[in-house]
Design a protein around this ligand. Structure first.
Ligand SMILES: *[C@@H]1O[C@H](CO)[C@@H](O)[C@H](O)[C@H]1NC(C)=O
Ligand SMILES: *[C@@H]1O[C@H](CO)[C@@H](O)[C@H](O)[C@H]1NC(C)=O
Ligand SMILES: *[C@@H]1O[C@H](CO)[C@@H](O)[C@H](O)[C@H]1NC(C)=O
Ligand SMILES: *[C@@H]1O[C@H](CO)[C@@H](O)[C@H](O)[C@H]1NC(C)=O
Ligand SMILES: *[C@@H]1O[C@H](CO)[C@@H](O)[C@H](O)[C@H]1NC(C)=O
Ligand SMILES: *[C@@H]1O[C@H](CO)[C@@H](O)[C@H](O)[C@H]1NC(C)=O
Length: 789
């Protein structure tokens, strides 16, 4: 593929899909691609010569889970490790060994008392199980999916496989599943969880209609979809018709006279996501339960989907509704286009051949070509989602379900997965934007997720041959759901962190940001995310947040984002122009970010920042116990001058200090306006009498922050996360949401030329005051990897 020079590190890696200089993996234990790309992917993906690694599993696995206690985290049950497996090499044999290691290790337990349900990686120096991410070549049906018997030589979106299901989960996979479940601890756990979830939904009343203003009935649609998938899954695994009856009840409710208007707009096409997600839910129910429905039921479901879904979709594509409901189909490179095209595609594929009206063919003639220049381009050149880290979930779920449905139903994805050669990088985006405990959750967070997950990682990992995506996602709390049962490639083995670089710079001008961390597996480690990027063209989901950062350490978030405003607020999504109403709401204003203010004004939406980044290119090894070398560091800086009035120059920079145990944040600014540094925290903040340092406390954890080389006007103060009294007024009748428990740490300064250096020292267990470093004062322009040694 065409590689971006700024991705390159100095270490060449011949096996990397990026050629020399893999941006994500170090050469020492770098990326190995054991299998050729699947058919029908285009030439831009050039993979190295397939290499089969020898899996040496002679080591005793008894130590694998012999773990350092995870403090203050209770955990769900973990399987116990057993003895050694024989060392083997080759295809099926290596895969079998990998499978036995996988079974011996089991599924990592998940924290049950952390907000974020993090996987708890075992603490071990035993490297037998935690090797290079790999898919094993195997012909052993007990541990791998068989080949799809449907291999059309000339695929067409309107020419479907002869058997059902068509969508996501073809019959040959259902047939293989019971045996694979026995051999794979992840499939086993997910199957049990889906059964448990379906059982808990079963006695609930059908989803109750709730029209949530401008957000429509999207929660309703996604909850119905989530339930229907679980019911249909359990039916197919048991043949117990009670699940068919319960699905029917849910579908009937969603078209009943009690559910929305009794006309064609029942599924709320003015907020088309709702229509699309209902169509997807009905499509999956129709297709997965196909043999169980009576002809009458099938004809009813088809009629509902056409009236409330596909007909509305056609009006959107052709703009024939006269109301602009199809705005999402015109040049929208974000989640809306993915979700809407996906639902309509799934609906059309489900009824193709049964419906005689021709609407299914017509929809497919619109949806696939519409998604290519829109949905498929919602990933920028560095892999970042154009909207936010949370909207990645919605966009990729739509994109993955649409691609998977087309592939299973018709044998091709028609470029959805390959048209944008950077799409495969979005798996790395998701991994790096995941801090310890939470996303770097800048901008809007989106509605409830329900049927939306990060399991596109399983499909993308398999399709793009990035086993690390699969290994990362399979331990996450949202992994168990029906899609995962079919997208997961059980021949995967190894550990995603083995050789994975700790830092990455995402440098597309639209979405510039960077991530740095001390570990991939120690959930009490250090994580920093920081961003610049354009302030417009994010589907109006972003904030005025140049320089915004998050900081995680000691298992908690010390500097965080406030998230979405109220989506029902007046003109919340109308515009991202400088004078837009959106920028009146505190959570969207610059003062609501962890950024610098000049004269208490919003940043300028026309800003065009430039960034700089360097890293020691430290990679974690196989072990989950990772000791950071003392010279390991990374820094990122951004020229943010163009974001501010009255400002001659302004750069913000952040770096890891002292072997990634401390963080330095520096602002070098020359301005004629009054300067204010702001950071939002859930901590209790105690400022010392000098006003130049403060102690932040969350539970029994502490972090100190200190202004280095302060001028006399630099004083730390604290306040509530509320708008300034002299801010422009909110639109009539509107209010900001409260931010309970959040304190703003502020440092106000006079106008002039300033260098504000704030050092963050998490109070790590066992680290004494003298172990902390006080770095020298270095202008940002002179920062280098060694400038703060
Ligand atoms: C799936 O999970 C259910 C519920 O735990 C269990 O009864 C069933 O045997 C599992 N299926 C397989 C193939 O193991
Ligand atoms: C599904 O079941 C799991 C395991 O009991 C539970 O943690 C999860 O919250 C359930 N999901 C839903 C959506 O109910
Ligand atoms: C369900 O029925 C199908 C079709 O008769 C059959 O192939 C399958 O084995 C049955 N599954 C179970 C779990 O009984
Ligand atoms: C992407 O799709 C467009 C049509 O939308 C097509 O013209 C173009 O050739 C495709 N590019 C690649 C690289 O597949
Ligand atoms: C406060 O904690 C909540 C929940 O853990 C988190 O979502 C939020 O980002 C935190 N806020 C800040 C300002 O750190
Ligand atoms: C920036 O300065 C221009 C020119 O003085 C002024 O019109 C504009 O309102 C200012 N914008 C902001 C956000 O301060």
């Amino acid at each position: 593929m065409a590689s971006n020079p700024s991705y390159h590190n100095a270490n060449a890696n011949a096996n990397s899909p990026y050629g020399s200089g893999d941006p994500y993996y170090a050469s020492s234990s770098g990326y190995i691609t054991p299998m050729p790309m699947k058919k029908r992917t285009s030439n831009w993906l050039k993979f190295g010569v397939p290499v089969l690694i020898a899996v040496i599993i002679a080591a005793v696995l008894g130590g694998v889970l012999g773990s350092r206690a995870h403090n203050n985290k209770s955990s769900s049950s973990s399987s116990s490790a057993q003895g050694a497996a024989a060392g083997t090499a080759g295809g099926d044999a290596a895969a079998s060994s990998a499978a036995s290691v996988k079974n011996a290790v089991g599924v990592f337990p998940t924290a049950t008392d952390s907000l974020y349900l993090l996987p708890l990686y075992p603490s071990t120096t035993n490297t037998a199980a935690y090797t290079t991410p790999t898919f094993h070549a195997t012909s052993n049906a007990a541990i791998a999916w068989p080949a799809d018997p449907f291999q059309p030589s000339n695929p067409s979106p309107t020419s479907v496989r002869p058997d059902r299901p068509r969508l996501i989960a073809p019959a040959y996979k259902w047939q293989a599943l019971p045996q694979l479940i026995q051999s794979d601890p992840y499939l086993k756990q997910w199957n049990a969880t889906i059964f448990g979830n379906a059982t808990s939904y079963y006695p609930l009343p059908p989803v109750v209609y709730h029209m949530d203003g401008d957000s429509g009935i999207l929660d309703n649609a996604r909850e119905v979809k989530m339930r229907v998938k679980a019911f249909a899954y359990v039916y197919r695994m048991t043949n117990d018709t009670k699940w068919v009856d319960r699905t029917w009840q849910e579908l009937q409710n969603a078209v009943s006279t009690n559910f929305g208007p009794n006309d064609d707009t029942k599924w709320n096409p003015s907020h088309f996501l709702d229509t699309a997600e209902f169509t997807a839910a009905f499509a999956l129910a129709y297709d997965w339960l196909y043999p169980a429905w009576t002809d009458d039921q099938k004809s009813t479901i088809r009629a509902n989907m056409i009236q409330y879904g596909l007909n509305q979709g056609l009006a959107s594509y052709t703009n024939s509704d006269g109301q602009g409901h199809g705005w999402w189909a015109s040049n929208i490179q974000g989640n809306w286009n993915c979700v809407c095209n996906s639902g309509l595609t799934m609906g059309a594929l489900a009824i193709l051949g049964d419906d005689t009206s021709g609407i299914a063919e017509t929809i497919l003639g619109h949806s696939v070509p519409n998604a290519l220049p829109n949905c498929a381009q919602a990933v920028t050149s560095d892999g970042t989602w154009t909207e936010t880290a949370n909207y990645w979930y919605f966009g990729t779920t739509g994109h993955a379900e649409m691609s998977s449905s087309l592939m299973t139903a018709t044998g091709d994805h028609y470029g959805l997965l390959t048209n944008n050669s950077n799409f495969q990088l979005t798996g790395y985006y998701h991994m790096y934007v995941s801090g310890f405990g939470s996303l770097f959750s800048y901008g809007d967070h989106g509605p409830n997720k329900f049927s939306t997950t990060a399991n596109s990682m399983l499909l993308y990992g398999d399709f793009y041959q990035h086993p690390e995506f699969v290994l990362f996602q399979r331990d996450q709390h949202d992994a168990p759901e029906p899609n995962s049962m079919f997208w997961y490639n059980p021949t995967v083995s190894g550990a995603f962190w083995d050789g994975m670089l700790l830092d990455h710079n995402f440098d597309d001008p639209l979405t510039q940001w960077a991530a740095m961390r001390s570990s991939w597996t120690d959930e009490s480690g250090l994580y920093v995310g920081i961003k610049a990027g354009a302030l417009q063209h994010h589907q109006t989901h972003n904030d005025l947040d140049l320089g915004d950062f998050v900081l995680d350490a000691l298992g908690t978030r010390w500097a965080g984002d406030l998230g979405s405003g109220d989506y029902l607020s007046f003109q919340y999504f109308n515009s991202d122009a400088q004078d837009a109403a959106r920028w009146l709401y505190y959570r969207k204003r610059t003062e609501g970010q962890n950024s610098i203010l000049v004269d208490q004004q919003n940043q300028l939406v026309t800003a065009a920042p430039t960034t700089k980044f360097d890293s020691s290119k430290t990679a974690q090894g196989s072990s989950t116990v990772f000791d950071v070398p003392s010279d390991s560091t990374a820094y990122w800086s951004a020229d943010l001058t163009s974001g501010y009035n009255s400002t001659t120059s302004y750069k913000r920079a952040i770096r890891m200090i002292n072997g990634r145990k401390q963080v330095l944040l520096q602002d070098d600014i020359t301005t004629t306006g009054a300067i204010m540094w702001r950071m939002h925290t859930n901590a209790t903040v105690t400022v010392d009498s000098s006003g130049q340092s403060a102690t932040l406390q969350i539970d029994d954890k502490k972090l100190t922050m200190q202004i280095l080389n302060p001028t006399s006007d630099m004083k730390i103060t604290t306040g509530d996360a509320v708008r300034f009294a002299n801010d422009p007024a909110l639109p009539t009748g509107q209010t900001d949401q409260p931010n309970p428990g959040v304190t703003v740490v502020m440092i106000s300064m006079d106008a002039g030329t300033k260098s504000l250096q704030v050092l963050f020292n998490p109070q790590w267990p066992g680290m004494s005051a003298s172990d902390f470093k006080t770095p020298p004062a270095v202008p940002i322009d002179s920062w280098s990897l060694t400038s703060h040694n």
